[in-house]
Design a protein around this ligand. Structure first.
Ligand code: PGA
Ligand code: ZN
Length: 418
């Protein structure tokens, strides 16, 4: 069945900023749609997000991206059977830039996800099943999940430098139990914050925002909450941090500006080592700046055997950059954010590359989301292993976690009736 029409639409994300939606209508009148998120603490080599500039919507409008979908991309795809891989390639050729700055990564990704869904619909399979097929995998798997509990850094107006303090339930036998453990922890932490008069609200990522004396005070309170939650759920919790260290790195002086101190990468590595002795810390994302390659090499040599060292801004989900980081042994894992790279096909390549080199692939949302659940389709279809989609609060985050509950039910039903 062929594509009858491709429509672009300017919609609004969970923070009320414009973003891109794409709708593909098939010949039989059925349609699928997709929308894309945006980030606040962005890596400098991400696919270009096309914004209109000017006065309207403080320059953040996406009408040019919509125009590109309808007047440049649609004419080369309409009238053909949806085929996400070859059509992604066609869009890359049409764009012709390294960073998708002509068409906009926000335009290409919205079309790409819609193409995946259109192709899956025609073949009467789920998008995650089509992803597994495209990757040549013969099974699909639900992920472990890292839930954001406390927001800091660029995501909060607080004095906390750590951007995300996350917890991962370990022990649950199903995603349903895992989510229950996360929700319980979230509420236990909320009660402790309220009791200490420290409840300042919930941030963009569905995690708490508060004022702490320092990072350790925040971690200590989270540990207190895990003790309470462990009693209620029987689940244990591991801790993961997203330091987003490029945010407090001074490129001119090559130091990290940390609460009035000027730290070297060695100082930060020593700090992480100490934290890992006190807390059940299993993963650190962007522990150093995306510009501090030597620091990453040292960190990887010193901590890589004990802690997952995940690159986000450092790698920007780009298969070429991931390959070079693998060659230099800079990381033990990569964040995969589809909108950093701009097509489904390249996102699949990034996950495949990680899996082939025993690197952890952690599929991630952005801090300004819509209710689109593509990252769930991606993590399940590629069996990537890990997802982080914010705290278990606010609709745009629960949209992902609730979708995982639905997929788990479908997979269980299929297994029981096989
Ligand atoms: P962003 O940050 O979506 O605001 O860029 C999330 C992250 O750094 O993981
Ligand atoms: Zn990050």
């Amino acid at each position: 069945m062929k594509i009858a029409k491709i429509i672009g639409r300017e919609i609004y994300d969970a923070r009320g900023w414009p973003t891109v939606e794409c709708e593909i209508m098939l010949e039989d009148g059925s349609f699928v749609s997709a929308s894309v998120p945006t980030g606040i603490s962005r890596g400098s080599h991400e696919a270009h997000e096309l914004r209109d500039g000017g006065q309207r919507l403080m320059g953040k409008g996406v009408l040019q991206a919509i125009e590109n979908i309808e007047n440049q991309i649609a004419p080369i795809l309409v009238g053909q059977e949806p085929d996400v891989v070859s059509m992604d390639l066609a869009m890359l050729e049409l764009d012709g830039t390294r960073d998708k700055s002509r068409l906009g990564g926000n335009a290409t990704l919205a079309v790409s996800i819609a193409l995946l869904r259109a192709q899956a619909a025609i073949e009467s399979i789920e998008p995650y099943e089509l992803i597994a097929y495209l990757c040549d995998y013969n099974s699909v798997t639900l992920p472990f999940a890292l839930f954001n509990m406390i927001s800091g850094g660029a995501h909060a107006n607080s004095n906390l430098h750590i951007q995300e303090i996350m917890a991962m339930p370990v022990g649950p036998q199903s995603f349903r139990e895992c989510l229950e453990a996360a929700v319980t922890l979230h509420h236990c932490l909320g009660q402790l914050l309220a009791k200490d008069d420290k409840m300042h609200g919930i941030g963009f990522e569905g995690a708490y925002i508060s004022r702490f004396d320092d990072e350790r005070q925040a971690l200590d309170l989270l540990m207190k909450a895990t003790e309470k939650a462990e009693k209620l759920t029987g689940s244990k919790y591991l801790i993961a941090l997203d330091m987003a260290a490029s945010q407090f790195y001074n490129r001119k002086t090559n130091v990290y500006e940390w609460h009035g101190l000027k730290l070297t990468s060695e100082d930060l590595i020593a700090y992480y080592e100490k934290l890992s002795k006190t807390y059940p810390l299993f993963s650190i994302e962007d522990g150093l700046s995306e510009f501090d390659f030597n620091g990453w090499a040292t960190m990887s040599a010193e901590l890589g055997n004990e802690i997952q060292l995940i690159g986000d801004d450092l790698l920007t989900s780009n298969p070429e950059t991931i390959a070079s980081a693998i060659e230099q042994s800079l990381v033990t894992g990569a964040i995969i954010k589809p909108n950093q790279i701009g097509t489904v096909t390249e996102s699949l390549q990034a996950v495949k590359l990680c899996k082939e080199h025993d690197l952890t692939a952690m599929v991630s949302h952005r801090s300004c989301e819509t209710n689109d659940t593509f990252i769930v389709e991606l993590v399940v279809g590629t069996s990537a292993g890990y997802i982080k989609a914010g705290g278990p609060s606010r609709g745009e985050h629960l949209a992902k976690y609730n979708e995982l509950l639905r997929i788990e039910d479908v997979l269980m039903f299929t297994l029981l009736n096989a």
